[in-house]
Design a protein around this ligand. Structure first.
Ligand code: 5RP
Length: 217
């Protein structure tokens, strides 16, 4: 199976979790792309979706699913999203698609966070994937210097402006042995909007596509 077929397979498996749910939280990325395609079959059962990015919003609207404002829907039953890395504790690195802030908001506002990925995303220790950090533009260099003090090598993702009008630093060479501690530490740097460690609010269910199988934990 190709990587894209693995993504499609796991996205299909996630559809089991949205049966009977009227408003769904929807993430961003190439795995979620397949999940949104799968939502076409549930179009008449779904009241709407809360979207984590302009890209997913456009896709949802194109297939006829209303996109709702999180402020008007309260707590969500289910949120489905991908990840860049997943450890055995369901802690994640996210933000490869620059949507980490809205993704973290929706994860926090949801009762059940279903993370979907192909097997290449499974790791023992987070940090091989460069850690995305969304920053207020004027704080970029200051935050970068603070991240160097923490042992990382931040690289500015040039030509990337997030949906919130901010910028992204990708932090290389971090071995994240204590994800919750590092999430808090980076969150506390002035100018940081969001760090792409999802540990304080990890996934509740992880579905990983491996060969013909879906591994769930
Ligand atoms: C976007 C994300 C994505 O979930 C993550 O990058 C995984 O993307 P893909 O499914 O394309 O591999 O965090 O900000």
């Amino acid at each position: 199976m190709t990587q894209d077929e693995l993504k499609q397979q796991v996205a299909q498996a996630a559809l089991e979790y949205i049966k009977g749910v009227s408003i769904i939280g929807v993430g961003t990325g190439s795995t979620v792309y397949h999940f949104i395609e799968g939502l076409k079959a549930f179009k008449n059962d779904i009241e709407g979706a809360v979207s984590s990015s302009e890209t997913s919003t456009t896709h949802l609207q194109r297939i006829g699913i209303p996109v709702l404002d999180l402020n008007s829907v309260g707590t969500l039953e289910v949120y489905v999203d991908g990840a860049d890395e997943i450890n055995p504790h369901k802690q994640l690195i996210k933000g490869g698609g620059a949507a980490l802030t809205r993704e973290k908001i929706i994860a926090g506002a949801s009762k059940k966070f279903i993370c979907i990925a192909d097997e290449s995303k499974s790791v023992d220790v987070l940090g091989k994937f460069p850690l995305p950090v969304e920053v207020i533009p004027m704080a970029r260099s200051f935050v970068a210097r603070e991240l160097v003090k923490l042992g990382g090598q931040p690289i500015w993702r040039e030509n990337c402006i997030t949906d919130n009008g901010c910028q992204i630093l990708d932090v290389h060479n971090l071995s994240i042995l204590n994800p919750s501690e590092l999430e808090r530490t980076i969150n506390n740097i002035p100018g940081v909007v969001t760090v792409g460690i999802f540990s304080l609010r990890p996934a509740d269910v992880v579905l990983v596509s491996k060969g013909q199988d879906i591994i769930s934990f």
